[in-house]
Design a protein around this ligand. Structure first.
Ligand code: AHR
Length: 689
């Protein structure tokens, strides 16, 4: 609908003609230069009307879901091992899979004839069957022999820091100790940052623990861990571990900088453990939760064959739950649904029963008390309190591959068993094609490759009927940027988030994916399996992408009520969606707005949160008319994430290039016009009176 001539002039009062002309030129340029040109549009008017947003502050349509913003996580891109999980030793239990022994080197004087080998005839226990046999023919204080581990693309050393080292060892061939553990700089000038010694080693397996304390030097990451001896003999090692300080000082805990970045997002839930990582490519390599509990030395680990590297399972079921506890998130527990990507699905019926029981046991581990088998196991594992669980998800992306053939039956078998024992649990399906039961929510995934594609979907939920199931957007991302998203992606993401927030009576829960990427080696087979991830890091540092900051400002700034908004005269640009894979005509070009808005209100404080996304490289003005309240304070808090170029981004070397800027602005009220900078995401926090 076009505004009347009168409205146009009313709203024109506060306009900047310079900016309006700039916008006009950009729009004309875009239409003229667009590759996906739409059918010839009507000539652009000389004075386009200012886009108008009306908001009814007393007519909340629904409540903003309190769990709209959360986290999705799985072992991908070295997210846990070499990422969030604090362990610094790479391949602590001497697994040869995926060429993993390359992380261990024999360190000895040049030309010496000592040896190291992986053996399986000295198992520590059923889970740790491999050990490293170090055979030392000659070693002295001045010429020690040892094994060195290079960590996950380096070992971070920080000044005045305590590191907790531990290993299991047994001695043979007359060796009785000592064993020295040191943090050493790589290269010829091998400075020792910290060292500690175990004086004697027994002939039976025993765990040894030491504290290494660094001095002034650092921080640096081109370092290694050295475990060495100065006397001849034979020593078997396994489970050689090194932990830096962890978040909340948890033993076997997480990296503080990454935990803080996540905490700053104020996430309300954690969806775990996948993703493809839950299913595994093959059945043997699924996330078998019962192998991820007990003391870490009793976890065998498994090949993460979905993403091609070994998983220690040091981040096991209890650690996921403690991660939730640390960040005040509720768990969204994904249960293995009897389907692995390459091996297909187990037929519903008796063959599936053991996996349904496994899922029930898993829920009991999370929620059960001391009188239950698996609740008792959790208590024995060190966590007396049970965890509150409201959501379980059955499988992952069972609408793909051969999953759909059996999912309806598999889901329904799980659903009935779970509802029978835990009637209050909300059960999420990963495919809409379930007809034999009615899932509480459907998980939908969305990974567009351009920001315009994502923006074209920002209104998808506006007209979705409210009669069906609620939606969990369990994975979404605008995939522009490598290894982490650019400002272009952040704009697509923010446009999409306005749509989710505006419709959060329907979309009650959502999580971006993937969350984490180790950016140390972006080559094939390196630290990254999936380009465009929210948070990047190497051994020492970490950073949030523009998409991270977009999400952070959305999650940190919203009310509890959705306010109805109408928009008018929003400029558009043409978008041509790609045709379907395997042929078929592409859909006709569409016009996509260049502005995206939503409004929410805090029923307690009367604050109104206006979110505005300007996807153009020119400023755009918007006029707001807010009704249904007596007044609005003349100043407001403004938080703006913007960039000069679409491909501006943050990196490990420039982590703060694109970050939100918070200011106090004036000139707001029940009726006001405001210009939004080029390529920007803005939250205006207005105070209603
Ligand atoms: O997020 C990366 C992968 O994308 C997930 O593992 C999978 O669920 C999806 O296909």
């Amino acid at each position: 609908m076009n505004p009347t001539f009168l409205q146009w002039f009313d709203r024109d009062e506060q306009k900047s003609n310079v900016w309006r002309m700039a916008l006009l030129l950009v729009l004309i340029g875009r239409v003229a230069g667009a590759q996906d040109a739409a059918p010839a549009a009507a000539p652009t008017p000389a004075n386009p009307p200012t886009p108008l947003v009306t908001i009814q502050a007393d007519q909340a349509t629904a409540r903003v879901s309190p769990i709209l913003y959360g986290l999705m996580t799985e072992e991908i891109n070295y997210s846990y091992d070499g990422g969030l999980y604090g362990e610094l030793v790479n391949n602590r239990s001497f697994r040869p899979e995926t060429n993993n022994m390359r992380h261990w080197q024999l360190v000895q004087p040049e030309g010496a004839a000592n040896s190291m080998s992986v053996v399986s005839d000295q198992p520590l226990n059923d889970a740790q069957t491999n050990s490293l046999k170090l055979e030392v023919a000659a070693a002295t204080e001045s010429q020690p022999v040892g094994i060195a581990n290079d960590g996950f693309w380096g070992i971070p050393v920080r000044p005045h820091t305590e590191y907790h080292a531990s290993f299991y060892a047994k001695a043979a061939g007359g060796f009785t100790g000592p064993v020295t553990v040191s943090l050493v700089r790589d290269g010829a000038n091998a400075a020792v940052f910290a060292a500690a010694q175990v004086s004697s080693i027994t002939a039976d397996w025993k765990k040894y623990a030491l504290t290494l304390t660094t001095g002034e030097a650092g921080p640096s990451k081109d370092n290694h861990l050295l475990v060495s001896v100065a006397k001849p003999g034979t020593i078997y090692f396994t489970f050689v571990s090194l932990f830096p300080p962890t978040f909340n000082n948890r033993p076997n805990g997480n990296r503080p900088d990454l935990m803080q970045l996540l905490a700053d997002m104020k996430p309300s839930f954690l969806r775990f453990p996948g993703g493809n990582y839950l299913e595994g490519r093959t059945f043997a390599n699924r996330f078998n939760w019962k192998n991820t509990i007990h003391d870490i030395s009793r976890r065998p680990g498994h090949l993460n064959d979905g993403w091609g590297y070994w998983s220690t399972d040091g981040m096991g079921l209890l650690e996921f739950l403690e991660w939730c506890e640390d960040l005040h998130m509720q768990p969204v527990l994904a249960i293995y649904a009897g389907y692995s990507m390459a091996s297909g699905g187990i037929e519903p019926g008796p063959d599936l029963d053991p996996y349904v029981q496994d899922g029930l046991d898993e829920i009991e581990y999370v929620t059960g008390g001391p009188d239950s088998t698996w609740g008792g196991q959790r208590i024995a594992d060190g966590h007396p309190a049970s965890f509150a669980l409201n959501y379980v998800e059955i499988g992952n992306e069972d609408n793909l591959g051969t999953g759909p053939r059996t999912y309806d039956g598999r889901f329904t078998q799980f659903f009935k068993a779970i509802k029978a024992k835990y009637p209050r649990l909300q059960v999420i399906a990963t495919s809409p094609r379930v007809t034999n039961s009615v899932p509480d929510l459907i998980d939908e995934h969305l990974y567009p490759n351009t920001e315009l594609d994502m923006e074209s979907r920002a209104h998808n939920f506006d007209s979705r009927p409210r009669t069906g199931q609620k939606v969990f957007v369990g994975e979404w991302a605008t995939r522009v940027g490598r290894p982490t998203p650019t400002m272009a992606a952040a704009l697509g993401d923010a446009a999409w988030m306005t749509g989710m927030e505006r419709n959060s009576d329907l979309v009650i829960i959502s999580s971006y994916a993937p969350l984490l990427v180790n950016v140390s080696d972006l080559n094939r087979g390196g630290s990254m399996q999936w380009p465009s991830d929210l948070i990047g890091y190497d051994a020492l540092g970490s950073y949030g992408s523009p998409s991270y900051y977009a999400q952070k400002i959305f999650s940190n700034n919203h009310g509890d009520q959705i306010l109805p908004t109408t928009t008018q005269d929003f400029p558009t640009r043409p978008y041509q969606a790609a045709g379907r894979r395997g042929g078929g005509n592409p859909p006709p070009p569409r016009q996509v707005p260049t502005l995206f808005v939503d409004a929410t209100r805090d029923s307690q404080t009367k604050a109104i949160y206006l979110k505005v996304v300007n996807s153009l490289g020119a400023p755009q003005e918007v006029h707001f008319q807010i009704s249904g309240l007596s007044g609005i304070e003349p100043s407001a808090k403004s938080t703006v994430l913007s960039a000069e170029n679409l491909d501006d981004t943050n990196t490990i070397d420039a982590p703060k290039k694109v970050v939100p800027v918070a200011t106090t602005v004036t000139g707001v009220g029940k009726s006001f016009t405001r210009a939004f900078p080029p390529y920007s995401i803005t939250v205006l926090q207005l105070q209603g009176t």
